[in-house]
Design a binder for this molecule. Sequence first.
Ligand code: HEC
Ligand code: HEC
Length: 267
Amino acid sequence: MRPQRLQCLELRANCPRTKLRPSRRTSVLSSELQTGSAPLTGKRTLKEPQIMKVVSLQLTLPAAILAIVLSGVGHAADTSTPSLSERDLQAKIQYCTYCHQPSGQGYLGSSPIPRLAGQQTVYFKNQLQAFIDRRRVNKFMFKVAHSLSPEMLTALATHFSDLNPKPLGGAPTELVATGKKIFEGGIPNSNVPPCSTCHGPEAKGNGAFPRLAGQLYPYILKVLGNWDKERGQDTANPDTSAIMKPIAHSLTESQIAAVAAYISYLE
Ligand code: HEC
Ligand code: HEC
């Protein structure tokens, strides 16, 4: 099951007849998704460095959001039983890489599949939990995530965080210089802080703040342009996506394109 075929599924059009009939899709997805069943639970942990970072930003972040960062980051798996076999892990990794590619570098297609390589494990797990809770919406990733056990989730997060392929690139290079300015200096007129304050000077991220370096250009365009429709979808349970929301809103389309181009080439 390659990304092209998945995308034709998603669009329900132009599918090569021999490769992809709905019945095939259903059987592949359901059989591959039926491993693991334990819901994600775990002791909540307090991550000092992230707290310091957020506090040191001296932004006027609403107290509710700070409280989320203070309390809701990460799901410790240390307490879970070591029931994960190497064979199950390798099978699951292979499944993820059908879409995210073997090196975790992501896939540039009509619907981009994000890079996972080098991603922060806390962010990685937060997002999978958000897909499970439907706070973050994506039909593929809900199906993928809801069957993962806590120990599988931790093992996958570790596996992908250790990978370090070259960025795929492909963004308009003429935008990079402007993007670097925005990343490092923010946009003072629009109250946008430097992206580097949270995502790190090299965009490598930290804890709940994701790595952005090498992330796919079209994926970043989509994410920043659609924040409200895809993230923080459970208003009763606000999450870390609220930190990024005002920033995504304040960026114009051309500013998004510039900063996305810059980020996409960072190694
Ligand atoms: C059917 C294709 C497909 C498969 C299989 C798949 N993913 Fe994804 N994944 C996606 C797409 C598409 C997105 C982007 C969702 C969006 O745009 O919000 C994504 C997003 C993610 C994200 C969020 C990335 C970010 O930067 O926020 C994580 C983490 C993730 N996937 C992990 C996994 C893991 C772990 C597996 C295997 C257990 C897996 N995925 C299997 C298609 C897939
Ligand atoms: C105040 C801290 C903060 C600042 C400043 C900030 N971000 Fe973020 N950003 C976050 C957090 C936290 C997340 C994770 C949100 C979540 O958990 O859903 C995030 C997520 C993102 C994502 C989604 C990553 C993915 O893989 O899906 C992108 C893209 C992004 N930020 C871009 C930017 C850009 C570009 C800037 C500068 C213009 C910026 N951020 C500034 C905190 C920040």
